[in-house]
Design a protein around this ligand. Structure first.
Ligand code: NAI
Length: 360
């Protein structure tokens, strides 16, 4: 394997880890290894994707894929991207010029890809639709339990010899009403967990999932859920219909002091509306694993930087807000599956067989 090193923000693979067997042959003309430009690389990506170095040439870049960095993909057959890479029409047009033939998302969500442009340029987009719904659903529950029982504060207090219980009062989840927006793979697991706590679970989705109804979840119009729920958790994708589904108007009809949880995509919530809701007490608790402007912040250590995003700093300043930096997916099981399915998607493309995880 050659040592690719073009400068800052660029890594290269040198590993020859065990071959993953049963990969398809390459009737698509790829007699040598397919070359993949891998953007937004972190150490944990390499840990799980290096297992495939024997079958594919993966060139790792720390940089996000943007208009400024797209040239890094030159000479590659495919790009592998994550949630904060920006595949605009412009970027996709550049990829086409470089003869990049596949966009392989190593995520479930695909709101960061201009799908119309991908279609127009005849570049298939594949994703990992199902890796571990448990990882994300369980993280949503972790946010709920932490905000409710204030274990993050208790942990710090006890370490400092403060054994007081003042202001740590929580509430029983048992008997509370939980509203779930979006009951796909993650939403269904979340419903199961909340039913296990003894909650009344209400759901809103475009289509009611009958096995979920059979378990005792009641599907209602969105407005009814917003009015009745003590806890609201978002599990729908980000698209034109769902952007800012949580806004001034929808917050106004929620129960005062509602707990709002978002592990889905940041722009489901209008950040300014959430800040206003927190200031008035309309929102009693806010748990976020995603944030509208996260692409400039998340997945980076900015602890020595001056953060320019005033909205996230305002959010962090509230005692009843808990933010994690898009780590819902971050379990061993999910990372293993993400790497395996991404590389299988790429192998299917090489083999010229049906791309079952194709978005467009
Ligand atoms: P899914 O596709 O299985 O389910 C999405 C559900 O939302 C479907 O049932 C769909 O009918 C419903 N939906 C679509 N439009 C809707 C609308 N306007 N109103 C209400 N419901 C609507 O997706 P999955 O796997 O459950 O993932 C959900 C979301 O979670 C993803 O779109 C992604 O944004 C986010 N996610 C977050 C992760 C994290 O690390 N925090 C990791 C993986 C996914």
């Amino acid at each position: 394997m050659p040592n690719w090193c073009v400068g800052r923000n660029l890594l290269y693979t040198t590993h020859h880890s065990p071959c993953i067997e049963n990969f398809s042959p390459r009737p698509n003309g790829y007699l040598s290894k397919m070359k993949i430009a891998f953007f937004s690389t972190k150490s944990y990506d390499r840990q799980f994707f290096d297992l495939y170095a024997a079958t594919h040439e993966i060139i790792y870049f720390e940089a996000r894929l943007t208009h400024q960095t797209v040239n890094l993909a030159s000479g590659c057959n495919a790009v592998c991207v994550f949630v904060n890479d920006k595949l605009s029409a412009n970027v996709i047009g550049e990829l086409k010029k470089m003869n990049v033939q596949l966009i392989a998302l190593r995520s479930a969500g695909f709101n960061n890809v201009d799908l119309a442009a991908a279609k127009e340029n005849a570049i298939p987009v594949v994703r990992v639709p199902d890796y571990s719904p448990y990882a994300v659903a369980e993280h949503a529950v972790a946010l709920i339990l932490t905000l409710n029982r204030k274990t993050h504060k208790a942990y710090n207090r006890v370490r400092e010899g403060n054994f007081s219980l003042e202001r740590l009062t929580g509430f029983d989840l048992h008997g509370k009403t939980v509203g779930v927006i979006g009951t796909g793979k993650i939403g269904q697991v979340f419903c199961d967990i909340m039913l296990g706590f003894g909650c009344k679970v209400l759901a809103f989705d475009l289509i009611a999932h009958q096995p979920t109804v059979a378990k005792g979840v009641e599907y209602l119009p969105l407005t009814d859920i917003l009015q009745q729920a003590d806890i609201i958790s978002l599990h729908c994708p980000l698209n034109e219909q769902t952007k800012h589904i949580i806004n001034d108007q929808t917050i106004a009809i929620m129960k005062k002091g509602v707990m709002l949880i978002n592990t889905s995509r940041g722009a489901l919530i209008n950040t300014i509306a959430a800040i206003n809701g927190l200031k008035t007490g309309s929102i009693g608790y806010l748990g976020l694993d995603v944030y509208e402007q996260e692409s400039k912040l998340f997945f980076n250590d900015l602890s020595e930087n001056i953060i320019q995003d005033d909205d996230i700093l305002r959010l962090i300043s509230f005692p009843n807000v808990l933010i994690t930096a898009h780590q819902g997916f971050f379990t061993e099981e999910a990372l293993t599956q993400i790497a395996a399915i991404t590389m299988q998607n790429i192998a299917d493309f090489e083999a010229g067989i049906l791309l079952k995880n194709r978005v467009v």
